[in-house]
Design a protein. Structure first.
Length: 617
């Protein structure tokens, strides 16, 4: 019985093991199935994410403002809409399958072949660069370009990205043009001119050629600007710029330095046309009438020329020498041209020395005044004196006014000197009055730049009050040309000065340009006949006619006429016969230093000097 039970037990154990193994296998299978399911779900999520990423990337590429296109094996396989528009195609299909290199202009192809894998090199290390791309219509577009290796459609490909920089380049070009060109005329400015001149000098040096610099300054620009306005002045400058360009060759340079100053570079080779011939041509063209504000005006020019290599081997030096020559042309009468000479440099150096000396003279009080009597031509009585400036320089000696006054005017020192004269005259008159010297009115010359200072009225009023000088003891002499520069402003200032009580006269009458419609409105007391006409009175019928006309003009306007530079009895006789009222000159007295002027005034009491107001109470 025990033997029969043993097989049954073994079978039961075997069955149990089988069931256990089956359960373990089922459990493992379930676990693996679950893992497989989770993996499948993860893969599905990854796939969905990838599809979303691809969709977002494609959308991004499609909507990108930059042009993006891909080529594989040298053929375009993809373009975004921006690339289609940039290349000027009707659709992407028009370009897909075409050679990518066809969109590159020939001059860039070798470089781009290396950059983009169209050649042998890879592109992943190539930085951005600027080049041009070829549109379908044959036009070029400027772009900022870069390329990158990618896999596209399971192929090694290159993605190209291009950003249109046409507007940026136009803006940069405009900025660069503004930095190197004159905004009003469009001509090169000083910096660009000097750059071109520097390159031209190097080229001329290599070729053993010559070149010329021509400095042009308009003679009447300030008159046009002041009388017709800045808009008309700008119109004139544009017209002059066009005229100068017509007078030279295409490869020559015409530039504007500023104001009414122009400069020309006559580049190598000059050929048969000499710089002098071109200067004559420019002078003749500038002298032709030009219509401004509905009227014809003649605007002449003064020209200075310097030559390479004779006058210098550097751009700045040649420009400076031409400028010096131009000023010499102005000094010589304007409407002409002058070549630079070493003598001009010496004159300039002397002028600089003189200018520096004038500055020191103001600081050291080296100026003195001499006084020249003015006489009533009928009574012989002294009715005034003119204060004349003298400079006693320790280094230069007694410098004539004709030498230092023009320098003072050009350097604007004349304003400070004029203020000194007015201060000195009033201080001297107060001293004379305090010491009992018989005093007559004193005439003071007022420079154009000094008169243009609008606080001149205040200066005159202040100095008269400070020294307690009666206004009728002061006469201001204004040049004829000064009164015409800005007639309306001049008239206004004249009336304010007249309200103070000072007398006024027009000096050097007949040497400037007069507008009688303005002259009759000026509240002046005298017209002063220039000595250049007085000196020729007895020998030149034309001078006599001018003197007679000025005297009659003065009387017709209710003014007195005074002649300066009277030296002979013959001149005196003719002036008296023509009805001149007053005279001034060596025939009666030379300019006197202060001590002699005091003695002259004291001695003149017995001669019947006119009585004048003494001083402000």
């Amino acid at each position: 019985m025990e033997n029969d039970a043993l097989p049954s037990t073994v079978a039961s154990r075997s069955l149990l093991r089988e069931r256990t193994a089956r359960k373990e296998a089922e459990s493992l299978l379930e676990k693996k199935s679950l893992e497989l399911y989770e993996n499948l779900q993860h893969l599905r999520r990854l796939n969905n994410h990838l599809e979303d990423s691809e969709l977002r990337y494609r959308t991004l590429v499609e909507l990108a403002p930059d042009a993006i296109w891909i080529h594989s094996g040298g053929k375009i396989t993809f373009l975004n809409p921006a690339a289609v528009r940039m290349f000027g195609a009707a659709s992407a299909e028009q370009l897909v399958g075409t050679a990518a290199i066809e969109r590159i202009p020939p001059k860039f192809r070798k470089t781009v072949e290396e950059w983009t894998g169209l050649g042998l090199l890879k592109v992943h290390e190539k930085p951005r660069s600027t080049l041009q791309l070829l549109r379908m219509d044959g036009n070029l577009v400027d772009v900022e370009f870069f390329a990158s290796d990618i896999r596209f459609n399971n192929e090694d490909s290159v993605m190209n990205v291009a950003h249109d920089i046409t507007e940026r380049l136009l803006h940069e070009k405009a900025i660069k043009h503004q930095a190197t060109h004159d905004q009003l005329t469009g001509l090169p400015n000083r910096n660009l001119f000097l750059d071109r001149l520097t390159h031209a000098i190097r080229r001329a040096e290599r070729r053993k050629e010559t070149l010329a610099v021509v400095f042009v300054d308009l003679d009447k620009f300030k008159q046009i600007n002041d009388t017709l306005g800045h808009a008309v002045g700008d119109e004139l400058l544009r017209a002059v710029a066009a005229t100068l360009k017509q007078c030279v060759r295409d490869f020559d340079t015409v530039a504007r330095l500023g104001g009414d100053e122009f400069v020309l570079l006559l580049d190598s080779p000059l050929g048969d046309t000499t710089p002098g011939m071109i200067a004559e041509r420019i002078g003749a063209r500038l002298a032709e009438p030009v219509q401004l504000a509905g009227q014809d005006h003649v605007i002449t020019g003064s020209l200075g020329l310097s030559l390479y290599p004779n006058d210098g081997a550097q751009a700045e030096m040649l420009l400076r020498q031409a400028d010096i020559a131009m000023y010499r042309a102005k000094e010589s009468g304007r409407n002409r041209f002058q070549f630079f000479t070493p003598e001009m440099q010496h004159r300039l150096d002397a002028r600089v020395t003189l200018e520096q000396g004038l500055m020191r003279a103001l600081q050291r009080d080296e100026f003195v005044l001499h006084y020249q009597p003015q006489v009533n031509i009928r009574t012989g009585k002294v009715i005034g004196m003119e204060a004349l400036l003298r400079w006693e320089s320790p280094e230069l000696g007694l410098v004539p006014p004709m030498e230092f006054i023009p320098v003072a005017e050009e350097s604007n020192l004349i304003i400070a000197i004029g203020n000194w004269v007015m201060e000195k005259v009033c201080a001297t008159m107060r001293e004379w009055l305090n010491t009992g010297v018989p005093v007559v009115p004193v005439a003071i010359n007022v420079a154009a730049s000094q008169f243009s200072v609008q606080d001149l009225e205040k200066q005159v009023r202040d100095v008269l009050e400070r020294y307690r000088i009666h206004p009728h003891l002061i006469e201001l002499e204004l040049t004829e040309s000064l009164s015409m520069d800005n007639p309306e402003g001049t008239i206004e200032l004249m009336y304010r000065l007249k309200d103070i009580g000072v007398a006024m006269s027009i000096d050097d009458f007949g040497t400037g340009y007069s507008n009688l419609s303005y002259l009759k409105r000026f509240p002046v007391d005298k017209l002063k006949i220039d000595k250049s006409f007085t000196s020729g009175l007895t020998r030149d019928p034309e001078d006599r006619s001018i003197v007679t006309a000025v005297i009659r003009l003065a009387h017709s306007l209710g003014l007195r006429a005074i002649a300066e530079g009277v030296e002979t009895a013959g001149q005196l006789e003719l002036l008296a016969r023509e009805g001149c009222d007053e005279l001034q000159g060596y025939f009666f007295s030379k300019p006197l230093p202060e001590a002699k002027a005091i003695q002259f005034l004291r001695d003149g009491v017995s001669m019947g000097f006119v009585n004048v107001p003494d001083a402000i109470p």
